[in-house]
Design a protein around this ligand. Sequence first.
Ligand code: SAM
Length: 280
Amino acid sequence: MTNGCRVTDPKDSPGSTQAEVNTDEVSIARVYDFCLGGKDNFAVDRAAAQAMMEVVPETPLLAQVNRCFLRQAVRYLAGEAGIDQIIDIGSGLPTAGNVHEIAQEKNPDARVVYVDNDPVVLAHARALLATDANTTVISADLREPDVIFGHPETRRLIDTSRPFAILLGGILMHLEDEEDPEGIAANLRDRLPAGGHLLVSNTCDTGEPRAAELARVFAENGMGTRCFRTWDEQIRYFDGLELVEPGLVPNNEWRPAGDVPDPDNPAHALHIGGLGRKVR
Ligand SMILES: C[S@@+](CC[C@H](N)C(=O)[O-])C[C@H]1O[C@@H](n2cnc3c(N)ncnc32)[C@H](O)[C@@H]1O
């Protein structure tokens, strides 16, 4: 994937949250923002989203319902499961119902570390989080868990000896098989103490031809990899964990709160999510 921008790190430039953006290059985070109805995207991002919508017109619906799943899972984590520390890897641009806002509605002391490798996410999130001492954003890559867990901000906010949650919403699908998504999921699971949780959501290969077509359009429009893996492949991300009910299911079926648009659309089968708990 290409991030398409360069950021003046506000830490190096006090008072500034400006990103120098290359508006000619597509960014997954900005395409996703467009699909969610956001304004932080450019013509090149909208054109890429449009190309996907020609294959699967429900592309924005799938993004929106992925957020419904994420919100419901975070409500569960911060409420019923008593989780007060979350690492959200591949967090994307700030949007309505950010993870820290949902978690802090349930528990005002909840701590959240956002992680993304797109520098524009860092700039926007820093601006949003400037006044929240319990929330931070770091620039790091999913493929380097040691960097994420060794980062001073992660160490400041996350006590890894106590239960915490790792969110992998719509990100493992951006790794090629050679990048070992299963190994990375296993590495992250190993870091969880008993009571810790792992959330995963991804596009799913349901056998319908549009899946392969969409993966092709994604790559051809400068967005890199978007793998459609089967349910059987993705359930392995939860090896050794106990699945929270209802398990690994289409996003619209995970404890829906009544906010799922077009709930009976068959395209929902193309995006699945689940939450696993480490028992010991
Ligand atoms: C589809 S968005 C998902 C956003 C959010 N997690 C959600 O589920 O609504 C994927 C995000 O993952 C980020 N991303 C992709 N590959 C990454 C990597 N290797 N390391 C860190 N972030 C990555 C992208 O920049 C983008 O913001």
